[in-house]
Design a protein around this ligand. Structure first.
Ligand code: DGP
Length: 142
């Protein structure tokens, strides 16, 4: 599909929209999902423009997957009693709603409704708190 350079994640990358950023690397950005499925729900995106997994270059996807692994490890440290789900959707038929490739990293516990999307925006204090906890955990992860 053709990439829309004005999708919300592209705008976050350009600094045109705010986000609770956990970490920026040369090739990726990690920030809190504004409609979290659970506390600590983070998103990892490439800086490369790609709508979905089919469009990302082999070089860029390596950086993204490495960062997903680091963020999953950080989430496990911050939420030691939970499991960590990594989810990635391609195409509206699969439930994708923002067409810039992204990986969800979601702390998950028994009893969570596994229907996928959150329904309400989280308050800014909660997003900032979880961004800070993940950021602190990431500082110790290679
Ligand atoms: P997906 O269905 O996989 O395309 O998930 C898109 C996610 O993006 C969804 O969980 C909500 C989140 N989201 C949508 N708009 C924004 C935004 O402006 N900022 C942030 N931080 N997250 C957003």
């Amino acid at each position: 599909m053709s990439y829309d350079p004005d999708n919300v994640f592209a705008r976050i990358l350009r600094g045109e929209l705010p986000a609770h950023v956990v970490e920026e690397t040369e090739h990726t950005l990690t920030f809190m999902d504004v409609m979290p499925r659970a506390d600590g729900h983070a998103l990892v995106i490439p800086k490369e423009h790609a709508s979905n997994i089919h469009e990302i270059s082999n070089e860029s996807v390596q950086y993204v997957i490495k960062q997903v692994k680091r963020v999953a490890s950080a989430a496990q440290q911050v939420f030691p009693d939970q499991g960590i789900r990594v989810v990635q959707l391609n195409g509206s038929e699969a439930g994708q709603s923002v067409f810039h490739l992204h990986f969800h990293v979601i702390p998950s516990s028994d009893g969570v409704n596994f229907g996928f999307h959150g329904h309400a925006s989280a308050d800014a204090d909660s997003l900032a708190k979880h961004a800070a906890r993940l950021k602190a955990a990431l500082s110790g992860i290679k």
